[in-house]
Design a protein around this ligand. Structure first.
Ligand code: GRF
Length: 228
């Protein structure tokens, strides 16, 4: 990326699309040196598609049914993403595991947001898992996608308290606010070319190249104000 170019994002979504909206808004306002080059939604009726259309960015509904394999579907998505000259793929509430076809087309260039402090509570219903485990702190994680489920190198995390009386809905809502912030910060680091994947002894982790100022790989939560 040159100093004048904007990183071209491809966003994959399946649901309500609030993380997508955060990316759209930050790109439109210029807060993020990036642009949403394409949005692909795999679930008909998903609110994410409406959000993309309302923002006037290329928005495609591409149901996965009818493709024989995960690889065949991903090859189709890769073709679309390449056609839109996407440089970074952002999974934003995308409820499918991507295959090696996607990962090899965009090596270390696929990000995901997950509603827990990984490696705790990967997979589905992360907030419910956190409540069932009785943890006092949960949060969210942006990570580079690898072949596992929510196992890739961690770019950014935010911690969120779990409060007495929380249920899945209240914890989900509290975490979601931080997801939006975390995702924007992580994409900004990518747009600034500051993310490096370091592979040592079979493990991979993210190194954030230094800039002036404090380390950015952790977002401290502001003190929680109980509205009651
Ligand atoms: C978020 O909690 C995200 O972490 C998870 O699915 C939810 C999607 O939210 N993967 P949205 O579609 O961005 O509103």
């Amino acid at each position: 990326m040159t100093s004048t170019s904007r990183l071209r994002l491809g966003v994959l979504a399946s649901g309500s699309g609030t993380n997508l909206q955060a990316l759209l808004d930050a790109c439109a306002s210029g807060a993020l040196p990036a642009e949403v080059a394409a949005v692909i939604v795999n679930v008909p009726g998903a609110r994410a598609l409406e959000r993309a259309r309302a923002a006037g960015v290329p928005a495609l509904l591409e149901p996965h049914q009818g493709f024989g394999t995960r690889q065949a579907y991903d090859a189709h998505l890769v073709e679309i993403l390449r056609r839109h000259r996407v440089e970074l793929v952002c999974l934003a509430g995308y409820m499918r595991i991507v295959s090696t076809v996607m990962l090899e087309a965009f090596p270390d260039k696929v990000l995901n947001i997950h509603p827990s402090l990984l490696p705790s509570f990967p997979g589905l219903h992360a907030q419910r898992q956190a409540l069932e485990a009785g943890v006092r702190v949960s949060g969210c994680t942006v990570h580079v996608v690898d072949q596992g489920c929510d196992t890739g190198p961690i770019v950014m995390q935010a911690a969120v308290p779990v409060l007495e009386g929380d249920d899945e809905a209240s914890l989900t809502a509290r975490i979601l606010v931080h997801e939006h912030r975390c995702y924007l910060r992580a994409v900004r680091l990518c747009a600034e070319g500051r993310i490096e994947i370091v592979r040592e002894g079979g493990t991979a982790r993210v190194r954030v190249r230094a800039n002036a100022g404090p380390p950015e790989a952790f977002v401290a939560s502001p003190p929680y104000q109980d509205p009651r």
